[in-house]
Design a binder for this molecule. Structure first.
Ligand SMILES: C[S@@+](CC[C@H](N)C(=O)[O-])C[C@H]1O[C@@H](n2cnc3c(N)ncnc32)[C@H](O)[C@@H]1O
Length: 305
């Protein structure tokens, strides 16, 4: 059923997709559920989200880069910004592996989840708050997966135009680079490939079109494919359906119509990320899509100097 609904909408001319989506939504359960990024506990929708193939692939490619890097760097220090449910780290470290790990995250359930995914042999420290307000300590490796799009604005100047203080994405990337520069470390960034930055006004047809492109033609089919996996646990199936309805189909109107200052997603496409990384003074070591849906892109970079 899901694949059919989604592929019928994707096959429509762009100008007709929103209306078709609204019609499809009317026939789906309307119950309110967890918002994106509101919980990272074991029974959260995020836990179900991390079982879908693009997320498993994202973790696989991150783990590959991280393992190779750590093995060449005894006494390493990882700083993770935005840890989610800690799925990246589950069963990743070797028994008694040593190193330091700092997590920067404002959500308590994320901090607890990451902590419980790490072995006791690591020195674990938490900076409980948003990265914008944190003093990022010197690091060998910064991991920032699917977090930076929560920060509105390409840079602080663009933020000012919309009445916002503080750093934008550019200034945060500069801070990441300052943190890894002394030790010639690296940063890993994961983000989607879709442009929904703050300059797009609520209800702008371009914003809606791009949200549909990302959530309906790429994310939702990946979730629907997971629903078809043989032997799927019924409880996981229920949560994946809630993700489809509320985080994919519902997200188009939620993110597409909320006031700029209330929108939670300010994504960039790969071209913009690459340009911004260059502006921040990054040297790109590698970048690639990590899944067959072209949903998520991984950037590995260091400081040019
Ligand atoms: C979508 S989750 C991604 C989690 C994980 N990195 C992953 O790839 O599964 C975003 C994470 O960033 C955190 N976060 C959101 N805004 C943040 C901010 N301003 N500073 C630091 N962390 C933030 C959230 O609490 C959450 O843990």
């Amino acid at each position: 059923m899901w694949r059919q609904i989604l592929s019928e909408i994707a096959a429509l001319p762009r100008a007709k997709r929103r209306e078709a989506l609204a019609r499809a939504r009317e026939s789906l359960p309307a119950e309110k559920t967890e918002e994106w990024n509101s919980s990272f506990s074991e029974d959260s929708l995020y836990e179900a989200w991390t079982t879908i193939e693009p997320m498993r692939e994202l973790y696989k490619y991150n783990r590959r880069v991280i393992r190779e890097f750590l093995d060449a760097r005894p006494g390493w220090h990882i700083v993770e910004i935005g840890g989610g449910n800690g799925a990246l780290w589950r069963d990743f470290f070797r028994e008694n592996e040593r190193g330091s790990f700092t997590l920067i995250d404002p959500q308590e359930s994320a901090r607890e989840a990451v902590k419980s995914a790490l072995p006791g042999s690591l020195k674990f420290r938490v900076l409980a708050g948003r990265v914008e307000e944190a003093e990022i300590p010197p690091a060998d490796l910064i991991v920032c997966g699917l977090m930076l799009h929560h920060v509105a604005g390409l840079d602080s100047n663009q933020r000012k135009r919309y009445g916002l203080e503080g750093p934008g994405k550019l200034e945060l990337l500069e801070r990441f680079l300052s943190s890894v520069r002394p030790g010639r470390g690296i940063c890993i960034l994961n983000e989607s490939d879709v442009y929904t930055e703050i300059d797009l006004a609520p209800d702008d047809p371009l914003l809606i079109d791009r949200l549909i492109d990302s959530y309906i033609t790429r994310a939702a089919p990946a979730v629907a494919a997971s629903l078809e996996e043989p032997g799927l646990d019924p409880e996981l199936g229920r949560r994946l359906e809630a993700i489809l309805i509320h985080w994919c189909i519902g997200q188009v109107e939620t993110a597409g119509t909320s006031l700029r200052l209330e929108r939670d997603v300010f994504e960039l496409d790969t071209t913009c990320w690459l340009r911004l990384l260059e502006r921040a003074g990054a040297r790109i070591i590698s970048h690639r899509f990590t899944d067959d849906w072209n949903l998520f892109h991984q950037y590995v970079f260091t400081s040019v100097d």
